[in-house]
Design a protein around this ligand. Structure first.
Ligand code: FUL
Length: 692
């Protein structure tokens, strides 16, 4: 063996043209992905569908006592879901077989709380079966979401429940063909129906589920299945610490196999982690996971979906994109339209790889071998790669595009079967006789895509400036991709002054105040303007050079807040609650729960709902989870008009919208009963009312 290595070293040092069979492949660097993980990584994008009793109650989390009779999707068509997912570029679908409410979309033998007691198909339906059949027909893989937290089961919290959970898992992993991924959501708010007990049950997620045995069961029943788990033992894939649709720009596919996983590890991975746990970016095409009619105008637009693409697949993650199913059993036409246009935009953006088979020269090639030459990075083949010598951790590769070419995207992939290595790199373009840096980033992993303003150049230089081991680059792509304008952000402050902004560079804005669609002939925004009281504002960004417009931003502002006063609060900073700016927050820290926030609206209005925006930093304290909402006309006699939970507010800190029958009121009181930290802090980014 030693002889062989020595021979190899001497041979490569002395020779110019080499027989590549004699240059040894590089050794793995740290943990490497399993075949199952590779398969899922290469799928890149797959879908979620969220459908359950919540769909009929307009909730995010069911309590577990919702009536099974509500479930009657008269047009349910899993083939429509599969077609849309397929046409959107998704390679599989993960269905919420059982969400936290415990209702089963398949006729489980182990509970009555399932489709078998629903009016849908007279109790003869099986949505998981229909999903499995549709996936097969459309060439998609099937995945299963099975919530460990079950707010219906009388046994939840007891050892018996674990048997119940495994029995259900066995049904799902035995009767529906091959399953590519199981998804075990860690969410658990404690309280639930629990067979009529209506109480709070606390479990220790680390020990209660005894995941080791469950994992063994999965491996036995479905050897090709990957496990996603954010609650207990490490699975094959990890949550990225947010549901908004992005993983860290630095993203290692590694974690430590044991111990706690702090948020930054979820979001960025761990450079020297000892287990391969790749990142999966899960987000919904709407703000929420289940269907809510009031989100029909909030479906992610093509520019937002493109950002999502770059922030997930373009950052070494997979994309798990959710489609909520409507009560009739179909995906909404807007979701379909936007998803299909998104797929088209991705396809067109990456249709022409300007680097493919172009001349490439590397500063270092492993053993001077053609097997590891620079050309291997631009040959379009995923299993060939450019490699440097074992001890070369910095190197560059120059691509000759042949003629001055417009480019605005750089894509690069490592040969991750031998581990993730690159820690930092730059991209330069040869412009006017000089190398000009156009982008710089940290990790690469399976795939990294960098965006930069368009530049015209005939040569591009990719330089690895730091790496854990010698870099192995399997693919480089250079593109002139489509550029989209995002809908602008619109905010209105307490005095009724509207400000329109964007993160894009260059566009101008047009808006309307009468509900009509804005165009470049509408009112031009020249700076903050006054638009107080009930107003429907629509605005677009517009690029005068390309004459392209963004999607429309829509804001429905309610009554004037000019006369509003926070009662009993003597801190000027509390104005953040009413300033319309989602980024500013105020916390009450000096009281014990329940903590009240009272607002004097200045005069009586027919109030029929309220809005609560939590601190947008979801790791901050003061995010209210359980509330009561009161109204009054005199600040003395209060009437309780609504109470409940802000479900899933920790993972997804959206604007919470609650409605109730209209009631005349001058004062409102939001009472915080619990928060995500279990302490006494109550925080507010915004509080608003909805009036009739
Ligand atoms: C979360 C859940 O609580 C949501 O309802 C949703 O299912 C999402 C995918 O995971 O943690």
């Amino acid at each position: 063996m030693i002889k062989k290595i020595l021979y190899g070293v001497i041979f490569s040092a002395c020779s110019i043209s080499i027989n590549h069979a004699q240059v040894k492949a590089p050794a793995p660097c740290g943990p490497v992905p399993s075949e199952n993980q590779m398969r899922v990584q290469e799928m890149e994008a797959y879908a979620f569908v969220h459908f359950s009793l919540n769909t009929y109650t307009d909730q995010s989390w069911g309590f577990g006592d919702e009536d099974v009779k509500l479930f009657n999707p008269e047009k349910a068509d899993c083939r429509q879901w599969a077609r849309i997912c397929k046409e959107s570029g998704m390679k599989g679908i993960i269905i919420t077989a059982k969400h936290h409410c415990g209702f089963c979309l398949w006729p489980s033998k182990y509970t009555e709380y399932s489709v078998k007691n629903a009016p849908w198909k007279n109790g003869k339906g099986d949505m998981v079966r229909e999903m499995a059949d549709a996936c097969k027909e459309y060439g998609l893989k099937l995945g299963i979401y099975l919530s460990p937290w079950d707010r219906n089961s009388k046994d939840y919290g007891k050892p018996e429940y674990i048997t119940y959970f495994r029995n259900q898992l066995t049904e799902l992993l035995t009767n529906y063909g091959e399953i590519f991924e199981v998804w075990f959501d860690g969410a658990n708010g404690g309280d639930g129906y629990y067979g009529g007990a209506n109480e709070t049950r606390k479990i220790d997620a680390k020990t209660y589920y005894d995941w080791k045995k469950t994992y063994a069961l999965i491996h036995k029943l479905q050897p090709n299945c990957v496990i996603w788990n954010d609650g207990g033992d490490r699975g094959d894939l990890r949550w990225v610490g947010t549901e908004e649709g992005s993983v860290g720009e630095t993203n290692w596919s590694l974690l430590n196999a044991t111990g706690d996983v702090p948020w930054n590890n979820l979001h960025f991975g761990v450079e020297n982690g000892n287990a391969w746990v790749m990142a999966e970016v899960n987000t919904s095409i709407r703000p929420e996971w289940f269907y809510h009619p009031n989100e029909d105008t909030k479906v992610k637009t093509v520019p937002q979906l493109m950002d999502l693409y770059y922030n997930s697949i373009g950052r070494n993650g997979t994309l798990l994109l959710n489609f909520p199913i409507m009560p009739n059993g179909l995906i909404h036409p807007t979701d379909e339209k936007n998803a299909l246009e998104f797929a088209k935009a991705v396809k067109e953006s990456f249709a022409v790889n300007l680097a493919l088979n172009k001349k490439a020269k590397a500063s270092d090639v492993r053993g001077n071998s053609s097997k590891f030459a620079a050309a291997m990075a631009v040959d379009g083949k995923k299993n060939t790669y450019w490699a440097t010598g074992d001890h070369t951790k910095t190197a560059s590769l120059t691509i000759d595009l042949g003629k001055p070419t417009l480019l605005n995207r750089f894509l690069v992939q490592e040969y991750i079967r031998l581990g993730q290595r690159v820690k930092a790199f730059t991209v330069e373009a040869f412009v006017d006789g000089n190398w000009k840096e156009i982008a710089r980033a940290t990790t690469i992993g399976y795939k990294r895509i960098l965006r930069f303003p368009a530049v015209k150049a005939a040569q591009v230089r990719f330089t690895i400036t730091d790496s854990k081991c010698n870099p192995l680059i399997s693919n480089i792509g250079i593109y002139d991709a489509q550029v989209f304008l995002n809908a602008p952000s619109v905010i209105r402050n307490q005095s009724g002054e509207v400000t329109i902004t964007t993160n894009d560079i260059g566009p101008i804005f047009y808006y309307t105040l009468d509900g009509s669609e804005p165009t470049s002939s509408s009112t031009n925004y020249t700076g903050p303007f006054s638009a107080d009281g009930k107003v429907t504002l629509k605005a677009i960004s517009y690029d005068p050079t390309s004459r392209k417009s963004s999607p429309v931003a829509l804001e429905k502002f309610d009554v004037s807040k000019k006369a509003w006063k926070l009662v009993g609060i003597n801190d000027d900073k509390a104005a953040a609650i009413l300033d319309g700016d989602p980024a500013s927050v105020w916390h009450q820290r000096d009281k014990k729960m329940p903590v009240d926030l009272v607002v004097d609206l200045g005069k009586s209005y027919p109030v029929c709902g309220f809005k609560y925006l939590p601190d947008q930093n979801k790791w901050s304290s003061g995010i209210i989870t359980t509330y009561k909402f009161y109204v009054s006309d005199d600040n003395t006699n209060w009437k309780l008009v609504d109470q409940g939970e802000f479900s899933n507010i920790k993972n997804n800190p959206l604007m919470q919208i609650k409605t109730f029958a209209p009631v005349l009121a001058r004062y409102i009181k939001l009472r915080a009963l619990k928060n995500t930290f279990g302490d006494d802090v109550a925080g507010y980014a915004e509080v608003d009312v909805i009036t009739k």
